[in-house]
Ligand binder design. Structure first.
Ligand code: HEM
Length: 426
């Protein structure tokens, strides 16, 4: 086991506040130095919970930063459950938890049964042609936008956002005229309360609720249409498949619909934007990958490790126990910090080096062992491989020209804007 080297900059762990949104929007180097210090000195670090209006402040949570600890927790779902909340640190009311979490905040056996309804649609073979067609069209439009704007484009708006939006909306059968709304609402729900993205910074809960209601309204409209006229899409599968002899309730359908739209959109969008940024910051790696399509598989995995678009998921202890020497009580909350485990030197040689040929690469960017491993991992890999290869071939002159505007969220490692230009366009 490699012993972690001392971090170059001293980190005051007592002053570290994981609920400070500005810290999450700050330089990644500061975050990674803090993660290294936590792994080394406080692998189970206890943190206070963020305050949210209308929600009682909870007792706090353990931040888990070592790969082995995260792995041990994730692989014991009966002891560390998801059903009490996986995507929020405070305990939100049960109906909100179910509505915004769907299967991600559910435990087996129901979780497994619901997951099965759509899992067939996410196999790698189904997706290739569809993804290629979307990527080609989005890049052609990005070039036209650049031509109309003296070469200027925004990587997020013109490339990273439309690709996963169109792919997942096609899979769900969401009509064209509803897609801008889907993008806006899913951005609000995963905004982490970023004041630029919600109306009232002091009331993020109302903004989430409103966005959720709008998506649920869209689902209701589509559900009625699909029941009358079934089609070959995921929405039809959601409204017609029976689990234990019963159809899903309209609330379960809406919440699954919202999860698929959000998970399909926000994660891949940020993997693409952060990936473009990472290649800009590592031009040698970019040149190597552009010249060698044989690197597509390992490069995609390394970009997911490096960018860790989903920073954490939560688990809750179902009884008193002990994990890797750490004693805990029933009800204790654990924050599985994938971004920290993905740079653990006990598992990754030179973890602070972006190496697009890294192999093996057992990163936990899509989650660790256990029943909740990302349902869309094949799709996301496909989208990333096709997008970057097409960027090298079709927009080789794409050049990042400014700093990223980062999302103020602990949950998603997001970029709101990333200015760029197409060098050959005037
Ligand atoms: C680079 C892109 C992506 C990343 C980094 C990512 C990451 C994750 C992570 C960390 C989890 C939680 C794993 C756990 O709790 O053990 C997850 C779950 C999930 N992801 Fe993804 N994801 C990505 C793309 C997608 C896409 C394109 C979809 C398509 C709809 C998707 C759908 C889901 C769903 C439905 C779950 C919940 C699975 C369950 O609870 O059984 N994801 N993802």
């Amino acid at each position: 086991m490699t012993v972690e080297a001392a971090s170059p900059a001293p980190v005051d762990l007592d002053a570290l506040d994981l609920s400070d949104r500005d810290w999450w929007a700050g330089p990644p180097s500061v975050r990674y130095a803090a993660f290294a210090a936590l792994r080394r000195e406080r692998p189970f670090a206890f943190f206070a919970e963020p305050e949210l209006p209308g929600i009682p402040v909870g007792p706090g949570c353990w931040a888990v930063t070592r790969y082995a600890d995260l792995d041990a927790i994730s692989s014991q779902p009966a002891l560390f459950c998801s059903g009490r909340g996986a995507v929020s640190i405070p305990d939100v009311p049960a109906d909100l938890n179910e509505f915004y979490g769907s299967l991600i905040s559910m435990d087996d056996p129901r979780h497994a049964k619901i997951r099965r309804i759509v899992s067939k649609a996410f196999t790698p073979r189904v997706l290739l042609d569809q993804v290629r067609a979307v990527v080609d069209d989005v890049l052609a439009r990005a070039r036209r936008t650049a031509e109309a704007q003296d070469g200027v484009i925004d990587v997020v708006t013109d490339i990273a956002a439309p690709i996963p939006l169109r792919v997942i909306c096609d899979m769900m059968g969401v009509p064209e005229d509803a897609r801008a709304g889907v993008l806006a609402q899913s951005t609000v729900i995963l905004s982490g309360g970023d004041p630029e993205l919600i109306e009232d910074e002091n009331d993020p809960v109302s903004a989430f609720l409103l966005a959720g209601m709008e998506l649920a309204g869209l689902m209701e409209r589509l559900a009625a249409e699909r029941l009358a006229h079934p089609q070959a899409d995921l929405t039809t599968a959601l409204v017609t498949t029976e689990v234990d002899g019963e159809r899903l309730s309209s609330q379960e359908i809406a919440s699954f619909f919202i999860l698929l739209l959000i998970a399909g959109n926000e994660t891949t969008r940020n993997a693409i934007s952060q990936g473009v940024l990472a290649l800009h910051e590592h031009p040698d790696q970019r040149a190597r990958w552009a010249a060698d399509p044989g690197l597509d598989r390992t490069a995609v995995e390394e970009l997911v490790r490096w960018t860790s678009p989903v920073t954490w998921m939560r688990r809750t202890a179902t009884r008193d126990g002990e994990v890797n020497g750490h004693r805990f009580r029933a009800g204790d909350k654990f924050l599985l910090l994938y971004a920290a485990a993905n740079r653990d030197p006990a598992v990754f040689r030179d973890p602070e080096v972006l190496d697009l040929a890294r192999d093996p690469n057992p990163h936990v960017g899509f989650g660790s062992k256990g029943p909740h491993f990302c349902l869309g991992a094949h799709l996301a890999r496909r989208e990333l491989a096709v997008t970057f290869r097409a960027l090298f071939d079709q927009l080789p002159d794409l050049e990042v020209t400014g700093e990223p505007n980062r999302l103020r969220s602990s949950f998603v490692n997001g970029v709101k804007r990333l200015p760029a230009r197409l060098g050959g366009v005037r």
